[in-house]
Design a protein around this ligand. Structure first.
Ligand code: NAP
Length: 492
């Protein structure tokens, strides 16, 4: 199956298989392990430690112990450690990309793109670290001086999903470290290897012992509960499904933890009759099929003006039928496997439901008859109201087109969801574009573009899509708390 089995075996041999606690790699306290699989054929990739709840607490011990010294480290030094990590990531980019493809399935070119994107958080927050500022000034009465200062919140618990194994980790770790916080990271059990490899890179870059700790586990609930209920924890940052995010918010309530929640999406992709169709089709392919459709920012519902719906469908179908499906390491592959068979069943059920309600299959619409978790890249036209895939995240390579008749209807359909992460709008009419910016209930918007992610931008959602922002100038403030001090007028 592999293009270069020797290279993969060598790389996998260099991935740590233990828990990182207090700067040292060690097995789970009860010796338990679990296996990581290659979704392109189901084969076992590596066996790694499965933390116990006590290991979770030990990781928090290390983070709490390391916190005072790291918080007191000059911002410039923290920035330089992050910058060294950025440079090391460039050197090891090929290894990190291959590892992501092997454990998660995305084509190698996309993994390289994620290394570039994920690395930018290290560079961006190395720059932000030295720009945290407070303020000083007279109070309105003139009787005193107000000092406002920023302080790291303390030890943080970071939980990441499987779909972007590197970028979801750097998007949390980099701002936390820049702010002076220490962390316990729990990567998704489906794709923990990238985080383990990256954690060693952080140690190599000079991150002190205990500042970054990693617990991989199959006993996710108990490990997470032990950490969340510990009074030394001050912050939870989670990326994953809205359902798990809601549970974690409830668990964070007793400790009144600061929380950042990057949750699910149901992005509308609106194409008006005045859109440049070539631009819209390019945007649609990127917004739908990047990461094999497994992105929180993936366009979920293509709302297309009735007068251009057939032509849009014809052009996207032409592009989709030219895709090449296979293991992400193979030359020219554009569509890899889904993360597991559950994801394939979900895509299949959603397509079958839409078809039973009248949608037309223009291409795909089936599981692929080969080993691994593959579902065919699919285009559906005339998707009817009430179809489940208009309400639920598809998280697969299925492009579903719904025609609309006027702008008000497009806005109503686009906002008809409890999610509000990102929206895409294609129009050449400037005023219409501006109206859509104002009318859509969304944390982010692509106006004539199909990918919006950038380390310098505040990434995050409205409504059930989450709380807080990652990236941008906002990102570091998720890990800072404000102190206000009043002193008397020094001239009085
Ligand atoms: P998930 O099932 O919610 O899992 C996400 C993480 O939470 C994993 O590390 C998982 O660990 C952990 N987890 C699950 N149950 C837990 C519990 N009871 N206590 C503590 N941790 C728990 O989501 P996913 O399937 O990995 O990721 C897909 C979802 O993430 C989609 O909804 C997608 O939209 C969302 N997402 C959002 C963003 C964003 O920025 N808004 C970005 C990427 C993805 P285990 O692996 O051990 O179960």
């Amino acid at each position: 199956m592999t293009e270069n089995p020797g290279r993969e075996a060598d790389l996998l041999g260099r991935v740590p298989d233990g828990l990182l606690i207090g700067g040292r790699w060690r097995p789970a306290s009860d010796g338990a392990t679990f296996t990581v699989h290659d979704p392109s054929d189901g084969s076992v990739v590596k066996e790694i430690a499965s933390a116990t709840a006590a290991d979770g607490t030990a990781a928090l011990d290390a983070a709490a112990e390391a916190f005072p010294a790291w918080a007191a480290t000059p911002a410039r030094e923290r920035a330089e450690v992050l910058r060294r990590a950025f440079d090391l990531l460039q050197e090891r980019a090929d290894d990190v990309a291959l590892l992501m493809t092997v454990e998660m399935g995305k084509p190698l070119a996309e993994s390289r793109g994620e290394v570039a994107y994920g690395g930018e958080f290290l560079r961006w927050f190395s720059e932000q670290a030295t720009h945290v500022q407070g303020r000083y000034g007279a109070n309105p009465e003139g009787t005193g001086r107000m000092i406002v200062s920023q302080h790291p919140v303390g030890p943080c618990f970071l939980i990441t999903p499987w779909n972007f194994p590197l970028a979801m980790a750097t998007r949390k770790i980099a701002p936390a470290l820049a702010a002076g916080c220490t962390v316990v990271v729990k990567p998704a059990s489906l794709t923990p290897l990238t985080t383990l490899f990256f954690a060693q890179l952080l140690l190599d870059a000079g991150v002190p012992a205990g500042v970054v700790n990693v617990v991989t586990t199959k006993r996710t609930g108990p490990v997470s509960e032990a950490i969340l209920s510990d009074p030394r924890l001050r912050k939870l940052s989670f990326t994953g499904s809205t359902e798990v995010g809601q549970q974690l918010l409830a668990q964070a309530a007793p400790g009144v933890l600061r929380t950042s929640m990057e949750l699910g999406g149901n992005a509308p992709f609106v194409v008006f009759d005045d859109a440049d169709l070539d631009t819209a089709v390019d945007g649609a392919i990127a917004a739908k099929f990047r990461n094999i459709g497994q992105a929180c920012t993936a366009a979920n519902r293509f709302l297309v003006h009735r007068s251009v719906a057939d032509e849009f469908a014809r052009r996207v179908t032409e592009r989709v039928t030219a895709f090449r499906t296979g293991r992400g390491t193979e030359e020219g592959v554009t569509i890899g496997p889904l993360i597991d068979d559950r994801a394939v069943s979900k895509a299949a059920d959603l397509v079958d439901d839409a078809v039973s309600r009248g949608a037309r299959v223009l291409t795909g619409g089936t599981r692929l008859d080969r080993p691994g978790s593959f579902y065919a890249a699919t285009v559906l036209a005339d998707v009817r109201p009430g179809s489940a895939l208009l309400r639920e995240e598809i998280f697969g390579p299925v492009l579903a087109i719904v025609p609309f008749d006027d702008e008000d209807e497009a806005v109503r359909l686009a906002n008809d969801t409890e999610y509000g992460l990102v929206s895409y709008v294609f129009t050449e009419n400037l005023a219409r574009g501006q109206r859509m910016v104002e009318r859509l209930e969304t944390g982010m918007m692509g106006l004539n573009v199909g990918v919006v992610s950038n380390a310098a931008a505040p990434f995050g959602g409205w409504k059930h899509s989450g709380l807080g922002r990652e990236g941008g100038a906002e990102g570091i403030h998720e890990y800072l708390q404000t102190k206000y001090t009043l002193t008397p007028d020094p001239f009085a």
